[in-house]
Design a protein around this ligand. Structure first.
Ligand SMILES: *Cc1c(COP(=O)(O)O)cnc(C)c1O
Length: 407
């Protein structure tokens, strides 16, 4: 576990690292010319031309961040990978993927082998669960789902076959914050690898490796890209797991195209200021919703009463724009009336862009270790960068439509 005081740690703050990461002079300067461009450009390649046969042979020995073959990347993807590594204290390296799901599946394949058992948080992103059932289980790797609030209780469900524990904090749709330090300490003592889907907080608000996690995964599609126009995933690992992640990604032929890498790197530069605003606006909307009689509960880690709120206060340095609220009574039709009439919220899955979104969610369909019991239907919101008052007015009219349709 790295800590902010050890001598290998970077003295720069996280926002400075987001602005400066991956801008190596050899990727921003032209040989023989003074001056530099700010952001590494898009380098597109399949073939790499070698200077001579001796160079071709020599290149075989170290292909990491060297021009070798298009699949091993170009300076555009190396710059993004390096910048993400710099965002994560304690990291040895980052591999890039064409989507968040590709990053999750490859990280699991790097760690697990037939006969192993995986402990998976019950509030995991649904396609993560589906990967465990449709790909891992037929390979002889079984998944046991655990309560996101288990904390130290994880020790009781570990068996001799447990090879890895997968966390997602806060959880998808229901936003339970996990006791990451407690779980990773127990895992370390038993030689078990821990992985986390850190898409919601990003390393800016939750440096996962510094909290004891071995492998941190991001759907860069969300806040890193930040503009809803590109898809990408990343896996950042500590020194123990880095070689396994790197070789598994290479063996599966996984990579991120240079145009998407460039868009993600461009997004990363403004991540700190975007997240600051998403945080502020989402909190204002969540607090307003919490006071409305038509709303039974707001599941937002920064609100007291949300599951794991004290852990969020202890471990996170911020909250982002995605949360869920539960309606008081009502049915699917009343919920649809609320959502369908919204003027400023799109209806869509992939959050993390500058725009607001509303989505009907039914967590009971994706839970097996725990039960989802709610006062009414639920809606997940992504609060974008619009004027907060416009969003609140829109939701107020939506709640009136909900109540009208409830009668
Ligand atoms: C969207 C999402 C993913 C998957 O990312 P894609 O790039 O869409 O494949 C993984 N985890 C979480 C928590 C997500 O919200």
């Amino acid at each position: 576990m790295s800590n902010p005081d050890d001598e290998t740690s970077d003295p720069r703050g996280p926002a400075t690292r987001a602005v400066q990461g991956g801008r190596q002079p050899e990727w921003t300067r032209m040989p023989g010319q003074p001056g530099a461009i700010v952001n590494p450009p898009v380098w597109r390649a399949s073939t790499i031309l070698y200077d001579d046969v001796a160079h071709l042979r020599a290149a075989l020995t170290d292909q990491h961040q060297r021009l070798f073959y298009g699949r091993k990347g170009t300076p555009t993807s190396w710059a993004l990978a390096d910048a993400l590594t710099e965002m994560e204290p304690g990291a040895a390296g980052t591999m890039l993927f064409p989507s968040g799901v590709a990053a999750i599946s490859c990280a699991l394949m790097a760690v697990l082998k037939p006969g192993d058992q995986l402990l998976m948080v019950d509030s995991a992103y649904d396609p993560t669960r589906t990967f465990c059932e449709k790909i891992l289980r037929p390979m002889g790797i079984d998944t046991l789902y655990y309560d996101p609030t288990v904390g130290e209780g994880i020790a009781a469900i570990i068996t001799d076959r447990t090879r890895a524990i997968f966390l997602e904090s806060p959880g998808s749709l229901t936003f339970e914050v996990q006791d990451v330090p407690a779980i990773t300490a127990i895992a370390k003592a038993r030689g078990i690898v821990t992985l986390i889907d850190n898409t919601w907080a990003t390393p800016l608000f939750f440096p996962a490796l510094a909290h004891g996690v071995d492998i941190s995964i991001l759907a860069c599609t969300k806040y890193i890209v930040g503009h809803s126009d590109s898809m990408a995933g990343s896996v950042t690992a500590n020194a123990e797991m880095w070689k396994a992640i790197q070789s598994t990604a290479y063996l599966f032929g996984q990579m991120l195209g240079p145009d998407d890498a460039w868009l993600a790197l461009r997004g990363l530069r403004t991540l700190p200021s975007r997240l600051t605003q998403h945080q502020k606006s989402a909190l204002a909307v969540a607090q307003w919703l919490d006071e409305q009689p038509a709303v039974a509960r707001v599941l937002h880690p920064a609100l007291p009463g949300s599951p794991g709120h004290a852990l969020w206060q202890r471990d996170f340095t911020g909250s982002t724009g995605l949360f869920t609220f539960v309606l008081n009574g009502g049915d699917d039709k009343a919920r649809a009336a609320l959502i369908d009439g919204l003027a400023h919220f799109g209806i869509g899955y992939s959050w993390g862009g500058f725009e607001s979104l509303a989505l009907p969610v039914d967590p009971q369909r994706f839970r097996s270790a725990t039960q989802w019991i709610a006062e009414g239907p639920a809606i997940r919101l992504h609060i974008g960068l619009e004027d907060t008052q416009d969003l609140i007015d829109d939701l107020a009219a939506g709640l009136a439509r909900f109540q009208e349709n409830q009668k």
